[in-house]
Write a protein of this length. Sequence first.
Length: 82
Amino acid sequence: MSIERHKFKVLAFGMIAEKIQSNEIELEGIPSTDVLKGYLFQQYPALKDTKFGIAVNRKQVSGDSPIPNGAEIALLPPFSGG
């Protein structure tokens, strides 16, 4: 009996995509946005000094949020108001 791995897609925009050198990555086994940030900072050290927002299924989240299986995660660069 095999256990389905927790898979999801991460979309990156603007300078975030430049720093990870990709617009989209697929990940699995990461249960929450805090764990995701830790993973991203480890894999892409250039992100540590970059502010960015996280959206889960097109809803911006703050703090630690669960990542559902099959979710679409967006890494959003800071927005300038005007």
